[in-house]
Design a binder for this molecule. Structure first.
Ligand SMILES: Nc1nc2c(c(=O)[nH]1)N[C@H]1C(S)=C(S)[C@@H](COP(=O)(O)O)O[C@H]1N2
Ligand SMILES: [Mo]
Length: 330
């Protein structure tokens, strides 16, 4: 059956706008002017866009993929989003704020060698190479719904393992109440880090420790039965399927156990609109996007959104003690 992908020009403007909450007209004009002068000076035709075959990329040992599918995590009511679409419509502001361009801006991004540091309040702080991580766990494939706060959604077969396994390895102290994640920082790879200075790079996110230990919370090293592509957050990212997409940091280098609730990247940009919890809640609109429904990026179909993105059976108990409904979600 042919897959229908609506051309970009048929998507209403309000849906193609991005995560940015406030971009003033002045700022937009300045950006346009900067781009025009860059084109005039030839700077846009950099090696980033063209010759890029030398970047070193992490590859899991032969035979790692595809991993066995865990049938407990299947999505019955939706079809899997074609890989070509999931890897060409990305939010990865380290590279660019234009989703369709991320795949063209990653050419210099090197994912090998890669080390993840686990530190903070734990008995066994450690540094692990990607290979040590991949070889020490049984990878599995899970199909999850994925929901961005911009009200688009996809369905992806991720390969990885529960974050819980890494936490157990580190043996957190009882005083560790939150888990903090930090993405890579390298201006020579990432044009957004070099030029979009209004953002507080590197990207940082956090979860409550019980959220981090929930069986749904997945460390992901692959998708679609192979190594994760760079635009999707290679070589290692998080997937937290009951929360808006920005709670799933990409290309992680550090996992830290802390006592106080940490600041997070989008919460810092707009604390009133990007809550710390950010559990999917169709009843609470963001100022720019009603959250009542979402657009499936492959078919263009609009479907009603679900509390906790449909994962309430796994996670609603985490929030039973919150005083009111708003606290369960925001
Ligand atoms: N490091 C980093 N992680 C990130 C982001 C980002 O810009 N940088 N964007 C987030 C947002 S807003 C979304 S919707 C998802 C997008 O993941 P995808 O490109 O694989 O769809 O990644 C999240 N993780
Ligand atoms: Mo997002």
């Amino acid at each position: 059956m042919p897959i229908s992908i609506p051309p970009a020009w048929r998507i209403p403007e309000r849906e193609v706008t991005d995560e940015r909450f406030l971009l003033s007209r002045r700022e937009a004009l300045a950006k346009g002017a900067a781009l025009a002068s860059a084109i005039a000076s030839g700077a846009v035709c950099s090696k980033r866009a063209f010759g890029e075959p030398t970047a070193r990329l992490y590859r899991a040992p032969a035979g790692t993929y595809p991993a066995a599918r865990n049938a407990r995590f299947e999505v019955k009511e939706r079809t899997v989003t074609p890989e070509a679409l999931a890897s060409s419509y990305n939010n990865f502001y380290e590279f660019t704020e234009t989703k369709e361009e991320v795949k063209n801006e990653i050419g210099l991004f090197e994912t090998d060698p890669w080390t993840v540091e686990i530190s903070g309040l734990c008995h066994k702080p450690q540094k692990l190479s990607l290979d040590e991580i991949v070889r020490s766990v049984a990878l599995e494939e899970r199909i999850y719904r994925f929901r961005c706060v911009e009200a688009w959604a996809m369905t992806v077969p991720w390969t990885g393992f529960p974050l819980r396994l890494l936490l157990d390895r580190a043996q957190p102290f009882a005083s560790a109440k939150y888990v903090r994640f930090v993405s890579f920082m390298n201006e020579s790879w990432a044009p957004g880090q070099a030029h979009a200075k209004k953002y507080p790079w590197p990207y940082f996110e956090a979860l409550e420790i019980a959220e981090a230990a929930n069986e749904l919370t997945m460390v992901v090293t692959g998708a679609y039965g192979k190594d994760l592509q760079r635009q999707s957050g290679a070589p290692i990212r998080l997937i937290v399927p009951w929360k808006y997409g920005y709670k799933s940091p990409k290309s992680i280098v550090k996992i830290e156990l802390v006592e106080e609730r940490p600041e997070t990247f989008w919460h810092k940009q707009g604390p009133g609109v990007y809550g710390f919890s950010s559990n999917v809640d169709p009843t609470k609109p963001h100022p720019r996007w009603s959250q009542r429904s979402e657009r499936l990026i492959d078919t263009g179909e609009r479907v009603l959104s679900q509390a906790f993105n449909g994962y309430g059976a796994f996670v609603a108990h985490l929030y039973w003690d919150r005083d009111d409904k708003a606290q369960r979600y925001f």
